[in-house]
Design a binder for this molecule. Structure first.
Ligand code: HEM
Length: 213
């Protein structure tokens, strides 16, 4: 289960590693693309966004896995603090980028609306999940954390959707890509709600033992 979720996130994680490497080693005076130069003008926000986004996709894959929780209850709690911190940092830095960076040359205001809405929602869901855990309401804890993780994992769904339609189309189309970004968020939300009500037998369904922590 964690492996499948990590595979789902592999494209945004790979793009993140590329961006971090580029920021670390490329001399900005050699860059002609203004969309890329924006990142070098204020590297810390995008670096935090991609580093903590990748960390959350990896840690979260283990955190939402019932098998991992059952086998490593103490580790689940310890990793949970780091995963929650990663989620808050990556989602709020994503929102921060929307308001503080020069817009991308292909920017679509509806994508920015989605980023602000879902970025804020991820932080809210994770904080609600932490509160539920402190209150020992493990059913609510599970539901909020699945919602937060599913919205983050939507970045993987979006990347796969864009890759597939680009191959089918034979060329990258920014308008279709924008639709795929919204479709990815919708799929993420629907998948989360379906998993929460337990209609999928994918290991995320709660078991009595997994909640005796
Ligand atoms: C709802 C959640 C998210 C929000 C609000 C968000 C926000 C943003 C924003 C505003 C940008 C800059 C777009 C631009 O102007 O070029 C961006 C780019 C990016 N984000 Fe996110 N993002 C989210 C989820 C994620 C996740 C989970 C990852 C996982 C690693 C991720 C990785 C990236 C990468 C790799 C880039 C591209 C950097 C580049 O162009 O090289 N994002 N994101």
């Amino acid at each position: 289960m964690p492996l499948l979720l990590i595979l789902l996130g592999i494209l945004p994680i790979a793009a993140s590693l590329y961006r971090l490497g580029d920021l670390a080693i490329t001399d900005p005076s050699t860059i002609a693309d203004p969309d890329v130069l924006r990142f070098f003008a204020a590297p810390s926000s995008i670096a935090m966004h991609v580093a903590f986004g990748s960390l959350f996709l990896i840690l979260g894959a283990f955190q939402v896995s019932a098998g991992f929780r059952r086998a490593h209850r103490t580790l689940h709690k310890r990793m949970g603090y780091l995963a929650a911190l990663s989620a808050v940092v990556f989602s709020l830095s994503g929102v921060w980028i929307v308001f503080t960076y020069a817009p991308h040359s292909l920017a679509n205001p509806w994508i920015d609306v989605g980023r602000v809405f879902f970025g804020t929602a991820i932080t809210a869901f994770i904080l609600l999940g932490i509160w539920a855990a402190i209150s020992k309401d493990l059913k609510a804890h599970r539901a909020w954390m699945i919602r937060g993780y599913a919205l983050a994992a939507s970045s993987g769904i979006q990347s796969y959707l864009i890759a597939i339609v680009t191959v089918i189309n034979g060329a990258f189309d920014p308008e279709i890509a924008d639709s795929m970004i919204w479709l990815g968020w919708v799929i993420g939300i629907l998948a989360a709600e379906r998993i929460i009500v337990g209609k999928r037998g994918d290991g995320l369904r709660p078991t009595t033992s997994s909640y005796r922590q």
